[in-house]
Design a protein around this ligand. Sequence first.
Ligand SMILES: Nc1nc2c(ncn2[C@@H]2O[C@H](COP(=O)(O)OP(=O)(O)OP(=O)(O)O)[C@@H](O)[C@H]2O)c(=O)[nH]1
Ligand SMILES: [Mg+2]
Length: 507
Amino acid sequence: MKKNFNKLIESSIIKGLAFCAFDTLGPQPIYMFPPPLEMEELEIKKTEDKADNILTISLRDYIQIAIKNISLLIGDGAVYNKEIEILRKYQYFGIIPFPDLQLTSLTYFHFIDIESTEIPTASAFCILIDEKRRSFLYNNINRLKNIVIDFFSEFDKKMITEFPPQEQVESDFNGLLKKIITIEETPSTPISSQRKMKILIAGLDNSGKTSFLLSVDRKFSKLIGLSPTRGADVSSIEALGATIFLWDLGGQKKYHEKYLNKAQIYLFEADLLFYFIDIRDRDRFEESLEYLNKMKKALSDLEQNTPIIYVLSKGDSDIIESKEIKSNIKSITNKLTKLSQDGPPEIYITSLFEIFSILRAFSSGVAKLSPNRNLVEHNLEEFSTTTGAFLILLLSSDGLVLAESFRPKALKITEMEKSEDLLNVFEVVAPQFTMLFKIFANFKATEKDEATFKVSDSVILFKKIRVLNYDMYVLFLLDEENKKDLINQNLQEFLKRTQDLLIRYIS
Ligand SMILES: Nc1nc2c(ncn2[C@@H]2O[C@H](COP(=O)(O)OP(=O)(O)OP(=O)(O)O)[C@@H](O)[C@H]2O)c(=O)[nH]1
Ligand SMILES: [Mg+2]
């Protein structure tokens, strides 16, 4: 049996599988494929000139893997204050680095029900891969997720009374590995060393696409005298550790057919679509929705489930509160909501004159591509429960929003309710964020590590933090300044736990 698994793994890009759980002894590896080596064996293996792919790690290494993973799920323990039903629904994936072992793992976190324990047991299942080949995980993440979730929906049942011994479950994990190997045989993208992402920027002509991209890249000098984009203009930027290819699809009608007929080129393997609608141009809403529908159909014909972010452009601050624009926003939001099948659409209002409205829309898009975003936000949420912060934003030094956590009360204390007639308030409303970002810009300029700002009844606390070689910033919105102490007490622990998730945010 043991041989079987090792044979399989030799032919795979995957180096090992580990299932860990929070056992009576704390975080423990329960199933380890290949099994850990004794110290002597390890020494021998090290001297051998081995060409095989099999992982040679000790039990101690597996325990380290278990500890690091499980602590990401249960954090400081605040998670156990949640109702059991909520714990049962937790399902997170994360890409976690293990630099000491030169490994990266795609980890599936969830709680399992075991009869002998009252509360569900925290578990982490790791697919281990050579860190240099981790792009395989990013590029095939959706297929991998499905396989793993399917597997555990059955396998969890086997663990109800206790963890069966490894020999008894070996064939299950063999089966799982075989499925992963089928992905390797038909990868979505050639396996390469660096993660590349393709983002489409589409919408009618004159809807502000090129202006948006130039602002993201802070090329303001080029904004003057911009002419319509002819055909597709592909550029690339480096952000958050990855190369992002931006396909600016010039919106004039004469190009539409070309993009749609040659979808295999233009739309193929798009990770994300930003769809632009000029919020002032109500007369063209219908035309824009028609184009959107064609584009959505072309994407689904390619069997791509490309996420879409809607950008309502030209929402300048001098007109955003006007009756006309408010009614336009409402009308288009309703229409987009009707069109969107899986959940409420993600909509941002932007203005060229509010750079942060653009950065926020862009970063939410890019963050959508990060497998680690949900887990970081899960941890942020716990941190906010522990510290009583109403809003926490994690920002990169160039103002991209890496993660955010907020409680409805945050809307109240910043008077963000103004637009309550809109759906999905927080995603839609940018202007209030602009205020926060302006403060952020001021804070950055001071080059301090910490500062507080009073805004009406609330306090905004900024902290500069360092994760590896990157400066990052955390913003907290508080109702009382004395909550600061609690934040300072818990921040280091929080950072220690989540820094690996941030390092592997998208690269
Ligand atoms: N007031 C205002 N004008 C904007 C804003 N964004 C873009 N514009 C203007 O809208 C016009 C069209 O912008 P572009 O970025 O060229 O539009 P596009 O979507 O790239 O157009 P095509 O390339 O033809 O598809 C330009 O004159 C911009 O200055 C904004 O936020 N506010
Ligand atoms: Mg353009």
